[in-house]
Design a protein around this ligand. Sequence first.
Ligand SMILES: [Zn+2]
Ligand SMILES: [Zn+2]
Length: 227
Amino acid sequence: MFSQPITASCILCHTSLQDEQQPLCLCQYCLDDLPVITHSCPQCGNALKADIHGLCGRCQTHPPIVDKTFSLFHYKPPMNYLIKQLKFNHSILAADLLGKLMAEAIIQQNTTCPEALIATPLHTKRLRQRGYNQAIEIAKPLAKKLNIPLLTDALIRNKHNRPQTECSAKERKTNLRNSFSCASPLPYSCIAIIDDVISTGTTVNEIAKVLKKNGAKTVFAWSCTHS
Ligand SMILES: [Zn+2]
Ligand SMILES: [Zn+2]
Protein backbone atom coordinates (compact mmCIF):
# COMPACT_ATOMS: atom_id res chain seq x y z
CA MET A 1 0.00 0.00 0.00
CA PHE A 2 1.22 3.42 -0.87
CA SER A 3 0.55 6.20 1.57
CA GLN A 4 -1.49 9.16 0.33
CA PRO A 5 0.84 11.63 -1.41
CA ILE A 6 1.03 15.02 0.29
CA THR A 7 0.15 17.49 -2.42
CA ALA A 8 -0.44 20.73 -0.53
CA SER A 9 2.38 22.97 0.59
CA CYS A 10 2.53 25.95 2.95
CA ILE A 11 1.49 29.16 1.17
CA LEU A 12 4.39 30.99 2.88
CA CYS A 13 7.38 28.64 3.27
CA HIS A 14 6.32 25.94 0.74
CA THR A 15 7.08 22.98 3.02
CA SER A 16 4.80 19.97 2.56
CA LEU A 17 1.84 19.99 4.90
CA GLN A 18 0.50 17.37 7.28
CA ASP A 19 -3.11 16.35 6.61
CA GLU A 20 -4.53 18.47 9.42
CA GLN A 21 -2.73 21.59 8.13
CA GLN A 22 -3.96 21.23 4.56
CA PRO A 23 -7.32 23.01 4.92
CA LEU A 24 -5.48 26.25 5.87
CA CYS A 25 -2.53 25.80 3.44
CA LEU A 26 -0.27 27.03 6.22
CA CYS A 27 2.26 25.11 8.32
CA GLN A 28 2.18 25.32 12.11
CA TYR A 29 5.49 27.20 12.21
CA CYS A 30 4.25 29.95 9.88
CA LEU A 31 0.87 30.06 11.65
CA ASP A 32 2.51 30.61 15.05
CA ASP A 33 4.70 33.32 13.57
CA LEU A 34 1.90 35.56 12.16
CA PRO A 35 1.94 39.12 13.58
CA VAL A 36 -1.28 39.00 15.61
CA ILE A 37 -2.44 42.29 17.18
CA THR A 38 -2.62 41.41 20.84
CA HIS A 39 -3.97 44.66 22.26
CA SER A 40 -5.95 47.37 20.50
CA CYS A 41 -8.57 50.08 20.95
CA PRO A 42 -11.95 48.30 20.80
CA GLN A 43 -13.54 51.10 18.78
CA CYS A 44 -10.96 52.06 16.12
CA GLY A 45 -8.72 48.98 16.22
CA ASN A 46 -5.45 50.91 16.56
CA ALA A 47 -2.82 48.82 18.33
CA LEU A 48 -2.24 50.05 21.88
CA LYS A 49 0.49 49.57 24.43
CA ALA A 50 -0.33 46.80 26.89
CA ASP A 51 -0.76 49.24 29.81
CA ILE A 52 -3.48 51.29 28.06
CA HIS A 53 -6.97 49.93 28.70
CA GLY A 54 -10.31 50.86 27.14
CA LEU A 55 -10.65 53.37 24.31
CA CYS A 56 -7.66 55.21 22.83
CA GLY A 57 -7.41 58.94 23.44
CA ARG A 58 -8.69 59.80 19.96
CA CYS A 59 -11.84 57.67 20.31
CA GLN A 60 -12.53 59.30 23.67
CA THR A 61 -12.46 62.80 22.21
CA HIS A 62 -13.55 62.11 18.59
CA PRO A 63 -15.50 58.83 18.55
CA PRO A 64 -15.66 57.30 15.07
CA ILE A 65 -18.97 56.20 13.50
CA VAL A 66 -17.95 52.54 13.57
CA ASP A 67 -18.93 51.12 16.96
CA LYS A 68 -16.30 48.40 17.20
CA THR A 69 -13.25 47.47 15.15
CA PHE A 70 -11.46 44.17 15.09
CA SER A 71 -8.24 43.82 13.08
CA LEU A 72 -6.47 40.52 13.39
CA PHE A 73 -2.91 41.23 12.16
CA HIS A 74 -0.42 44.04 11.90
CA TYR A 75 0.18 45.02 8.26
CA LYS A 76 3.74 43.75 8.18
CA PRO A 77 5.54 40.65 6.84
CA PRO A 78 4.22 38.18 5.94
CA MET A 79 0.74 39.79 5.97
CA ASN A 80 1.67 42.45 3.42
CA TYR A 81 2.81 39.63 1.10
CA LEU A 82 -0.46 37.70 1.62
CA ILE A 83 -2.57 40.83 1.04
CA LYS A 84 -0.65 41.56 -2.18
CA GLN A 85 -1.17 37.96 -3.30
CA LEU A 86 -4.83 38.41 -2.57
CA LYS A 87 -5.18 41.78 -4.31
CA PHE A 88 -2.96 41.49 -7.33
CA ASN A 89 -2.27 37.80 -7.87
CA HIS A 90 -5.78 36.31 -7.82
CA SER A 91 -4.77 34.17 -4.83
CA ILE A 92 -7.97 32.46 -3.71
CA LEU A 93 -5.77 30.41 -1.35
CA ALA A 94 -4.77 33.62 0.44
CA ALA A 95 -8.40 34.81 0.59
CA ASP A 96 -9.56 31.52 1.99
CA LEU A 97 -6.75 31.44 4.55
CA LEU A 98 -7.39 35.02 5.72
CA GLY A 99 -11.16 34.51 5.92
CA LYS A 100 -10.77 31.31 7.93
CA LEU A 101 -8.21 32.84 10.32
CA MET A 102 -10.54 35.78 10.92
CA ALA A 103 -13.49 33.46 11.54
CA GLU A 104 -11.51 31.43 14.07
CA ALA A 105 -10.38 34.57 15.92
CA ILE A 106 -13.93 35.99 15.96
CA ILE A 107 -15.44 32.72 17.19
CA GLN A 108 -12.81 32.58 19.97
CA GLN A 109 -13.72 36.08 21.10
CA ASN A 110 -17.29 34.96 21.67
CA THR A 111 -18.60 38.50 21.06
CA THR A 112 -21.94 39.62 19.63
CA CYS A 113 -22.24 38.33 16.10
CA PRO A 114 -23.61 40.75 13.49
CA GLU A 115 -26.72 39.79 11.52
CA ALA A 116 -25.00 40.31 8.17
CA LEU A 117 -21.62 41.04 6.56
CA ILE A 118 -20.90 43.64 3.88
CA ALA A 119 -17.50 43.70 2.16
CA THR A 120 -16.09 47.11 1.22
CA PRO A 121 -17.24 47.46 -2.40
CA LEU A 122 -15.04 48.35 -5.33
CA HIS A 123 -16.18 50.73 -8.05
CA THR A 124 -17.27 48.79 -11.16
CA LYS A 125 -14.28 50.23 -13.06
CA ARG A 126 -11.78 48.79 -10.57
CA LEU A 127 -13.78 45.57 -10.29
CA ARG A 128 -13.45 45.13 -14.04
CA GLN A 129 -9.68 45.83 -13.89
CA ARG A 130 -9.08 43.33 -11.07
CA GLY A 131 -11.76 40.83 -11.95
CA TYR A 132 -12.83 40.31 -8.34
CA ASN A 133 -13.26 42.15 -5.05
CA GLN A 134 -10.64 40.91 -2.57
CA ALA A 135 -12.78 41.93 0.44
CA ILE A 136 -15.67 39.75 -0.84
CA GLU A 137 -13.26 36.84 -1.30
CA ILE A 138 -12.21 37.13 2.38
CA ALA A 139 -15.81 37.62 3.51
CA LYS A 140 -17.08 34.46 1.76
CA PRO A 141 -15.30 31.87 3.98
CA LEU A 142 -15.94 34.12 6.99
CA ALA A 143 -19.71 34.27 6.33
CA LYS A 144 -19.78 30.51 5.78
CA LYS A 145 -17.98 29.71 9.04
CA LEU A 146 -20.07 32.18 11.06
CA ASN A 147 -23.25 31.14 9.26
CA ILE A 148 -24.42 34.69 8.55
CA PRO A 149 -25.38 36.24 5.20
CA LEU A 150 -22.89 38.17 3.08
CA LEU A 151 -24.71 41.03 1.34
CA THR A 152 -22.98 41.56 -2.00
CA ASP A 153 -25.45 43.99 -3.63
CA ALA A 154 -26.57 46.09 -0.65
CA LEU A 155 -23.84 48.73 -0.83
CA ILE A 156 -22.71 50.49 -4.00
CA ARG A 157 -19.52 52.43 -4.63
CA ASN A 158 -20.56 55.43 -6.74
CA LYS A 159 -17.20 57.06 -7.31
CA HIS A 160 -13.96 55.77 -8.78
CA ASN A 161 -11.74 57.35 -6.13
CA ARG A 162 -8.00 57.56 -6.04
CA PRO A 163 -6.69 54.81 -3.73
CA GLN A 164 -6.63 56.14 -0.16
CA THR A 165 -2.97 55.09 0.09
CA GLU A 166 -2.10 57.65 -2.63
CA CYS A 167 -3.82 60.54 -0.80
CA SER A 168 -2.41 62.83 1.85
CA ALA A 169 -4.02 62.68 5.31
CA LYS A 170 -6.07 65.77 4.42
CA GLU A 171 -7.17 64.41 1.03
CA ARG A 172 -8.18 61.07 2.57
CA LYS A 173 -10.93 62.80 4.53
CA THR A 174 -12.64 64.28 1.46
CA ASN A 175 -11.64 61.72 -1.19
CA LEU A 176 -14.34 59.27 -0.17
CA ARG A 177 -17.14 61.73 0.61
CA ASN A 178 -20.48 60.54 -0.88
CA SER A 179 -18.71 57.55 -2.41
CA PHE A 180 -21.11 54.91 -1.11
CA SER A 181 -24.85 54.40 -1.15
CA CYS A 182 -27.34 51.67 -0.31
CA ALA A 183 -29.60 50.16 -2.95
CA SER A 184 -32.50 50.01 -0.46
CA PRO A 185 -33.12 50.26 3.31
CA LEU A 186 -31.35 47.54 5.27
CA PRO A 187 -33.40 45.02 7.24
CA TYR A 188 -30.52 44.45 9.67
CA SER A 189 -29.69 46.39 12.80
CA CYS A 190 -26.15 45.05 13.31
CA ILE A 191 -23.77 44.75 10.35
CA ALA A 192 -20.02 44.10 10.06
CA ILE A 193 -17.97 45.67 7.27
CA ILE A 194 -15.23 43.36 5.99
CA ASP A 195 -12.00 44.69 4.52
CA ASP A 196 -8.48 43.43 3.90
CA VAL A 197 -6.70 46.44 5.39
CA ILE A 198 -7.77 49.30 7.67
CA SER A 199 -5.38 52.22 7.88
CA THR A 200 -6.88 55.54 9.00
CA GLY A 201 -10.39 54.08 9.18
CA THR A 202 -11.79 56.72 6.79
CA THR A 203 -13.27 54.12 4.41
CA VAL A 204 -15.02 52.02 7.05
CA ASN A 205 -16.38 55.13 8.77
CA GLU A 206 -17.72 56.52 5.50
CA ILE A 207 -19.45 53.16 4.92
CA ALA A 208 -20.73 53.01 8.52
CA LYS A 209 -22.31 56.47 8.03
CA VAL A 210 -24.24 55.20 4.99
CA LEU A 211 -25.26 51.92 6.68
CA LYS A 212 -26.58 53.83 9.71
CA LYS A 213 -28.51 56.24 7.45
CA ASN A 214 -30.14 53.19 5.91
CA GLY A 215 -31.30 51.44 9.04
CA ALA A 216 -28.31 49.85 10.78
CA LYS A 217 -27.98 50.72 14.46
CA THR A 218 -24.63 49.11 15.15
CA VAL A 219 -21.75 48.77 12.70
CA PHE A 220 -18.58 46.76 13.25
CA ALA A 221 -15.46 46.89 11.12
CA TRP A 222 -13.54 43.65 10.75
CA SER A 223 -10.27 43.59 8.84
CA CYS A 224 -7.47 41.10 8.30
CA THR A 225 -4.82 43.73 8.90
CA HIS A 226 -4.35 47.18 10.42
CA SER A 227 -1.58 49.43 9.14
ZN1 LIG B 1 5.16 27.50 6.45
ZN1 LIG C 1 -9.59 54.19 19.25
